[in-house]
Design a binder for this molecule. Structure first.
Ligand code: 5GP
Length: 176
């Protein structure tokens, strides 16, 4: 039985168009380079694979998992690496691919942790950004959509592991 109510925020076609635009910009910015995408599991998997297929520069992909909020929608502020990258990123042009920036704590931590490993460059692309929720200063290099302060699901984002397979982004409105 579903207790949650979903309201469409961004449709699948609009996401597709925006991902294509981001891929164009990133391909232009990294022309002549070899890109290493660092996909943050699990939420960014669908975004990363759609983005990667549209890149015009050679790209590798690796995966990292950090502690998430579980079934709670509030930020714990505690970030831990649960699954690390398979290979060294030293000397590489690295682009972190994230689903959403909320408080900024996760990416703030990930960025400084990966910078310690001496990549040649390190940038961040996020599909969604909720700037009003920031607890630490963080600005992604590339962003798909800025959204208001709602908990969203779909296109890789989950609530308690549900809804990742939805094509669009939906606002989750749990019934109390
Ligand atoms: P931050 O550290 O910026 O607060 O949060 C980043 C992580 O929190 C995201 O990678 C995502 O896992 C989770 N998160 C933040 N906001 C949302 C949201 O609206 N929906 C979902 N499904 N996850 C979110």
């Amino acid at each position: 039985m579903n207790k949650e109510k979903l309201t469409l925020l961004i449709g699948g076609e609009e996401i597709g168009r925006r991902v294509a635009e981001l891929a164009e910009r990133i391909s232009a910015d990294y022309e002549g380079k070899q890109l290493l995408l660092v996909c943050v599991l699990k939420g960014a998997v669908i975004f990363a694979s759609d983005l990667m297929r549209r890149l015009k520069v050679p790209a590798e992909i690796d995966f990292i998992a950090v502690s998430s909020y579980g079934s709670d929608t509030a930020s714990s502020g505690v970030v831990r690496i649960l699954k690390d990258l398979d290979k060294s990123i030293k000397g590489k042009d690295v682009l972190i691919v994230e689903d959403i920036v909320d408080t900024g704590l996760t990416l703030n931590y990930l960025r400084s942790s990966l910078l310690n490993r001496k990549p040649r460059s390190l940038k961040v692309v996020t599909l969604l950004d909720k700037p009003v929720r920031r607890k630490v200063e963080f600005t992604p290099d590339y962003c798909g959509f800025e959204i208001p302060d709602h908990f969203v699901v779909g296109y890789g984002l989950d609530y308690d592991e549900k809804y990742r397979q939805l094509e669009g982004i939906y606002v989750l409105d749990p019934e109390l």
